[in-house]
Design a protein around this ligand. Structure first.
Ligand code: MG
Ligand code: MG
Ligand code: MG
Length: 309
């Protein structure tokens, strides 16, 4: 029996890990010729750790060097994203849902579908082969599809993904898959262990306008109420950053990906200007803007128009 490692991309996300586990299992059930081993190319992220523990599933083996190993790549098909030593590994097969960027010197099995998650493709393979998906495996793959498709809100989510989500939810005995997705996203976007400064700076950009220097940070959440107790503390930190950094304005906007709107927390030397630029009223340095979710496409252009002219 040859060992074949089933492995996702570096900085593995839930889909990469769930795909490695579920596809290795499927191959082991279907074939008795090789031994398929689920593997990972890096540390688990928060929601993956949470779900594996909750479902009592084994953490895939860490493969830090793939030289000379037999591999099946899942959830990626680019060498730049693959495990170290990929150039000298023996790739047997690829299963993925990203654009094709792969060349190889030998013919291999290659499965690509333009679906929302690798786990959607794998679930369909279980169905086609009539192989049972147990409850924990169904929960794992369902979680991965819900994360990759942002609980079906992402433009990458297809009708096929939606159909598979319903089928997996039944097998997982999960009545409300939206709620299950929210549970996972809460773990993923949890800020409870971060300081106000870390929250602000986690995704932060400077803009130099004619009126002065602006700093704009953004965080995503599925539950704005998670920030209810943190708002004042964050605003105080914004004030501090503004004073110390010589800013005109410092903003953190917290985007609710479910409601598709953002809560703005603001420290500025020109509150009226900010109100005009964003077409809103500030209340205690705060305002909620429905439909505003993008710094690049929505927030920065509005501020540029008003403060850089
Ligand atoms: Mg991925
Ligand atoms: Mg994926
Ligand atoms: Mg992804």
């Amino acid at each position: 029996m040859e060992k074949v490692y089933v492995i996702g991309h570096k900085s593995p996300d839930l889909d990469s890990i769930a795909a490695a586990i579920s596809y290795a299992n499927l191959k082991n059930v279907l074939e008795q010729t090789n031994k398929y081993i689920p593997a990972r190319a890096g540390d688990l992220n928060k929601e993956t750790k949470y779900l594996l523990e909750k479902l009592q599933l084994n953490n895939p083996e860490l493969l830090s060097e793939a030289k000379g190993k037999n591999l099946i790549l899942v959830d990626h098909n680019e060498f730049s994203q693959a495990v170290e030593g990929i150039e000298e590994a023996k790739i047997q097969e690829i299963l993925d849902h990203h654009k094709v960027n792969f060349q190889y010197s030998e013919p291999i099995y290659f499965t690509i579908k333009p679906w929302g998650a690798s786990c959607s493709i794998i679930t369909q393979m279980y169905f086609d082969a009539n192989i049972e998906i147990n409850k924990s495996l169904a929960s794992l793959m369902l979680g991965a599809i819900l994360v990759d498709t942002v609980i079906t809100k992402s433009p990458t989510c297809t009708d096929k993904d939606k159909e598979i989500i319903e089928q997996l939810a039944k097998l997982a005995d999960i009545d409300d898959w939206k709620n299950y997705g929210l549970e996972i996203f809460k773990v993923r976007s949890s800020v409870s262990e971060l300081s106000a400064a870390e929250i602000i700076k986690s995704d932060y950009k400077d803009f130099n306008f004619k009126a002065g220097k602006f700093g704009i940070g953004q965080v995503e959440t599925v539950d704005l109420s998670e920030f209810d107790d943190r708002r004042e503390e964050i605003i105080e930190e914004l004030e501090k950053i503004r004073q110390e950094g010589g800013y005109h304005t410092v903003i953190l906007f917290i985007t609710d990906i479910i409601k598709e709107g953002s809560l703005f927390l603001v420290s500025t030397q020109d509150p009226e200007g900010i109100e005009k630029a964003l077409n809103t009223k500030l209340d205690d340095n705060q305002t909620y803007l429905d439909g505003v979710i993008s710094r690049k496409k929505q927030v920065a252009p509005k501020l540029t128009q008003f403060f850089d002219n």
